[in-house]
Design a protein around this ligand. Sequence first.
Ligand code: SF4
Length: 230
Amino acid sequence: MQLFKGHQKTSFIDYPDKICTVLFVGGCNFRCPYCHNGELVNNEGEFIDEEYIFDFLNKRRKMLDGVCISGGEATLYNTKLYDFITRVKKLDYLVKLDTNGTNPELLKNLIDNKLIDYVAMDIKAPFDKYEDVVNVKIDIENIKKSIDIIRNSNIDYEFRTTVCKELLTKEDIIELAESIKGSKRYIMQNFKDGETVLAGKGKFTSYKGSELKNIEESIKGWFEEVKIRG
Ligand code: SF4
């Protein structure tokens, strides 16, 4: 079975308070113009042999706490992803899934079967502005269903939003945050420019740290924890 196109052997930042390895799938059903993973989103590059991955996981079991599955969008690969995670769990690793929330059925299935321990779901924009940011037609009900599934589960989670001035105003971020009020953890990830940005370098502007602090002040009462990254 071939699923992954990228592998970061060790990460101290992708799984909160844990040391993990990160695996990246290729392909995504969104086209967020600020995305840093253009090659992966366009599904370029070679597959990594799955037996190499399991060999790695077997050897590193004492050094790593978990496996973070990122992308691209991993939930596009329904059964393949389910089967891969089932095999990883047999090695007794924690599993974190990064998702854009477009496959609530798979998400629920993974949670119900205790196959994932942490979910980081991107919430891209206020619901009525979603398609402007992700650049494709979507069924917003799937995003709302995923939010409900995660909030009503007993696994650890975060909702997070990449913020840049051209795509989300301060008011947009506050509106978005209000729509997920009462959630456990909300993270604003400041946009970082670079050569691999999907729409090209120099198109988008990050927020100033003080501006994000200011937004944090307005929304922090709505969550157990609010964080700014970047
Ligand atoms: S930011 Fe995430 S959801 Fe958006 S295109 Fe990139 S991989 Fe897909």
